[in-house]
Design a protein around this ligand. Structure first.
Ligand code: 13P
Ligand code: SF4
Length: 371
């Protein structure tokens, strides 16, 4: 698809960047007092950030930012445009903007495209994958459906549109347990994340049976290559070295649903990326939170450190999602320059066949009805 030069420029845009100068942008970045943003980062990137923000506003672009984006990329999105998979899907479903740049991995942008097929949905790097979505497809859903006839298929949003189109309902880590409980029958098929399925099985114990790839069958499933790296031994060592004893009222160990079952059990709290953020926010506003370790992608912790400066965070910098890391300021700037020049957007645009959009929309919309 071709872009339309300058047509979305609107008076009185809401994000306050209209006359923002380079000096303003730098000042804003310095004012963040972000623990991992040095003056070197700010001086090196301020010009690109200034240009991105000006073009974002000029073309009325919505820029969705997943919680795993590195701080400088994350900060390009307005607060309302930041979030977890569920929150960003909900935003994509209601936005009126023509251009939607999704700073995340392509399966997330596909969800946005399915919910807003008339919009131009763009990603910085179409080759950014995800170990869950990349290793599971529509054929694998069919294998499980044949193994457990009649059981509803709940598919984790970390999957591509073709696999979703074969499923009954989608879920994210923010709503999986809630949705599973409300499905008919006593068995639910959950795909593709094997650890997530095992965690869900534990959560639904006595209420529902969870069928998943590899459980009493040879079907193909997947795990998150980032979260699988945390082991129980790591968590116990973290508790010890950072002095976060289990059950401490002001020191907490957090984990994402995609972690191994024994890791999740050890955590003081588990949830989606935004649910972890909300729990921290509630503790900070309430009795206080002194220190925390989050067993998840490391830039989530960078963004938490920005948001909650009073909390002492530790993170494992090597535990980075290399797929999410493909989204960079330079690539985002390239998308916006292409829009501005009216150039071809094919390199960035997410496209799907009309029948795939039609078939994948129902499971996503069913999920959103729960949210
Ligand atoms: P959230 O839905 O919690 O944002 O997680 C998405 C993801 O890819 C986790 O690795
Ligand atoms: Fe996929 Fe894991 Fe990266 Fe999330 S963190 S995008 S599940 S590989």
């Amino acid at each position: 698809m071709k872009s339309t030069k300058g047509t979305r420029h609107t008076e009185g845009a809401t994000n306050g960047t209209r006359d923002l100068t380079l000096a303003d942008v730098k000042q804003e970045l310095y004012n963040r007092h972000h623990p991992s943003l040095t003056f070197l980062d700010i001086e090196a990137h301020a010009k690109t950030i200034h240009r991105i923000r000006a073009l974002k506003q000029k073309h009325d672009v919505v820029m969705l930012g997943h919680n795993y984006m590195e701080p400088l990329v994350f900060g390009l999105s307005d607060k309302a445009e930041q979030g977890d998979s569920l929150g960003l899907s909900m935003y994509a479903a209601k936005t009126e903007a023509q251009y939607l740049i999704f700073n995340g991995v392509p399966f997330m942008a596909e969800t946005a495209k399915i919910l807003s097929p008339d919009k131009t949905v763009l990603v910085a790097d179409k080759t950014a994958g995800c170990s869950l979505a990349d290793n599971f497809g529509a054929e694998d859903v069919k294998v499980l459906k044949a193994l457990y006839p009649g059981a509803p298929v709940m598919i984790y949003v970390n999957s591509y549109a073709e696999a979703k189109a074969e499923s009954d309902i989608c879920c994210t880590s923010a709503n999986a347990a809630h949705i599973a409980k409300s499905l008919p029958g006593d068995t639910v098929i959950f795909v593709p994340d094997i650890f997530f399925a095992q965690n869900l099985e534990e959560e639904l114990k006595g209420e529902k049976t969870v069928a998943y790839p590899g459980k009493d069958n040879t079907a193909r499933g997947a795990v998150c290559e980032v979260h699988e790296r945390f082991t129980l031994a790591d968590l116990l060592a973290i508790r010890e070295s950072f002095e976060i004893p289990k059950g401490h009222s002001h020191r907490k160990l957090y984990a994402h649903w995609e972690c191994r079952p024994d890791v999740l059990k050890e955590a003081d709290f588990y949830g989606s990326t935004s649910q972890i953020m909300k729990d921290i926010a509630a503790r900070v506003a309430g009795d206080g939170l002194e220190r925390a370790f989050v067993a998840s992608e490391c830039e989530l912790t960078s963004n938490l450190a920005q948001e909650f400066p009073a909390v002492q965070f530790w993170t494992a910098c090597s535990i980075r999602c290399t797929h999410m890391a493909k989204v960079s300021l330079g690539k985002i700037a390239n998308i916006l320059e292409a829009i501005d020049e009216g150039a071809d957007l094919g390199e960035f645009e997410v496209t799907l066949d009309a029948d795939v959009i039609d078939n994948a929309r129902a499971p996503i919309e069913r999920m959103l009805e729960f949210s």
